[in-house]
Design a protein around this ligand. Structure first.
Ligand code: NAP
Length: 483
């Protein structure tokens, strides 16, 4: 396969929080990889900004270490790393004070694309936006990139959106949900809308149900304090699982453009039925083999925050009437595994003997640990012995079909940052989407809080509480094994 890396225009990218964890693990190594791939042109600059008082050389050492730790050896060429680091600068800037801002203003170039990545806590978003304007740094075409969490409920999300809107137009605001940057998530749209094969069947008449799983092996670790105020519903469902649900359930947009796609996603969120108590299972992991329990991890023996949640969700429209979407996400689960599984209905009538067996077609879209798609189709088991049916994978491995280069896809963050520079908002969340998602989530959380529900215990390394399995069993369905 011929590599089709299309270079972006020269840019100045300021990373507020350039000394932080997200910058170190994702943003800076991702930018380096795009530079290595030839997508970042000469004339780019990356400017780190945070309170730490240090010069550019010290920050370059920090970035070099980040590259060493998070970029595979094959891409770590000393000359390429040096050329990348030469384009990096650092300015001490306090988001809450006025120091550093005049220097930053002085440094920005008016004739290249300008982007500002807010890789800091959301409490600083307003301060940064206000100062970018007050110090005449922001321009009509400047972009800002903001990270989750976008609020912790509808009112805080509205306040955050309103604060940003005081200084930037919606077209300038890039709300990152890195799940949307994943190759297979975009492939879901290609499979649905670039083939005639699937879309006619993509509805309640032919699809029995959809499962969306985002399972993590790790616990809450050092994020206990933050996580305990949030929980799986706020931390994962309201954003990541909701976005995956939207892309699976949405109507075909008129074009693959920012507003067309986001309009359709918004309609899905607004069509979600409220959830009843019986549609929700919440859990907390227990201790095992020397590993602390959730309650120990968050140092709060009375915590009622969930580290696991399973939901049965209905999209109340013509397309999906009668087809449930089962969502689950949790920490300390059996394996790190994220996938969307679309289970089709069995043929309405079987012409084969009952003992031939029959199976439903299943399309699975894997996001983690590896990305790929798999379609199970039913065929005759080869050989003599009559008609016995067996399901086999129709393999859609990118590497096999398109060559090894195709398997070397950009990480979600690097792809999305390049989209920011290109000015393409299609894979970013719009403010009204975020608010609609909270408007659906808020009453669900309020109901369990009011009832004082306690999450159910589940063993680390399991698939969550038994009741999560029952949520599907009582509908005559079962979760796919987390593997
Ligand atoms: P972090 O490691 O705590 O880094 C925070 C950064 O903000 C540091 O560079 C810090 O540098 C800077 N900072 C703090 N106060 C500042 C101020 N007043 N003025 C200027 N800079 C200031 O946090 P993080 O993990 O990188 O997360 C950053 C954001 O991304 C958060 O909103 C987080 O929720 C979100 N996020 C993170 C991850 C992740 O994997 N880490 C994933 C998803 C979302 P100084 O102390 O030098 O000022």
């Amino acid at each position: 396969m011929v590599s089709r890396v299309i270079p972006v225009d020269p840019f100045d990218l300021v990373i507020f929080g350039g000394t932080g964890d997200l910058a170190r693990r994702k943003i800076l190594p991702g930018l380096y990889r795009r530079f290595w791939a030839g997508q970042v042109p000469d004339g780019f600059r990356i400017i780190g900004a945070a309170r730490t008082d240090q010069d550019s050389d010290v920050w370059r050492d920090f970035v070099r270490e980040a590259i060493t730790e998070f970029v595979t050896e094959a891409k770590r060429e000393p000359e390429t790393i040096d050329a990348f680091l030469a384009q990096l600068h650092y300015i001490p800037v306090d988001a809450r004070g006025d120091s550093g801002w005049p220097e930053l203003a002085e440094m920005m170039r008016g004739d290249v694309t300008q982007a500002f990545y807010f890789s800091v806590g959301p409490g600083l978003f307003g301060d940064l936006a206000e100062r970018l304007q007050r110090f005449n740094i922001s321009c009509e075409d400047c972009r800002i990139v903001v990270e989750k969490p976008f609020g912790r409920d509808l009112s805080s999300a509205k306040a955050l959106n309103a604060t940003l809107a005081e200084h930037f137009d919606e077209q300038q605001i890039y709300r990152i949900d890195h799940y949307l940057g994943k190759e297979t998530v975009q492939n879901l749209m290609a499979v649905r809308f670039a083939n005639v094969l699937f879309e006619p069947l993509w509805n309640a008449q032919y699809i029995d149900h959809v499962q969306i799983t985002v399972a993590e092996e790790v616990g809450v670790g050092g994020r206990g304090g933050y996580y305990d105020k949030s929980g799986a519903m706020r931390d994962m469902v309201q954003n990541h699982l909701m976005q995956l649900l939207c892309l699976t359930a949405m109507e075909p947009p008129s074009r693959f453009g920012p507003d067309a796609v986001r309009d359709e996603k918004l309609k899905v969120i607004r069509a979600l039925d409220p959830l009843g108590q019986g549609d929700i299972v919440r859990g907390q992991y227990t201790a095992a083999s020397g590993e602390p329990s959730y309650l120990e991890d968050v140092e709060n023996p009375d915590s009622r925050t969930e580290s696991f949640i399973a939901l049965k969700v209905h999209v109340a429209n013509w397309r999906w009437n009668g087809t449930p979407f089962y969502l689950r996400t949790g920490k300390r689960m059996k394996a790190r595994n994220s996938e969307i599984v679309v289970t089709f209905k069995e043929p309405p009538h079987s012409i084969f003997d009952a003992d031939a067996g029959s199976r439903a077609n299943v399309l699975s879209i894997r996001l983690q640990p590896d990305e790929g798609m798999d379609l199970r189709v039913t065929i005759k088991e080869p050989g003599p012995g009559g008609m016995r049916l067996v399901d086999v994978p129709l393999d859609m491995s990118f590497a096999d079909a398109l060559g090894p280069e195709a398997a070397d896809v950009p990480d979600a963050y690097e792809r999305l940052i390049m989209d920011v520079i290109r000015g393409n908002q299609t894979l970013f969340m719009r403010g009204d989407e975020v608010e609609a998602a909270w408007a659906w989530t808020d009453p669900i959380i309020a109901a369990w809080t009011e009832r004082g529900d306690r999450p159910l215990p589940y063993a680390p390394g399991s698939s969550g509480p038994e009741d999560a399995l029952i949520l599907m069993h009582k509908d005559g369905r079962r979760w796919r094994e987390i593997a």
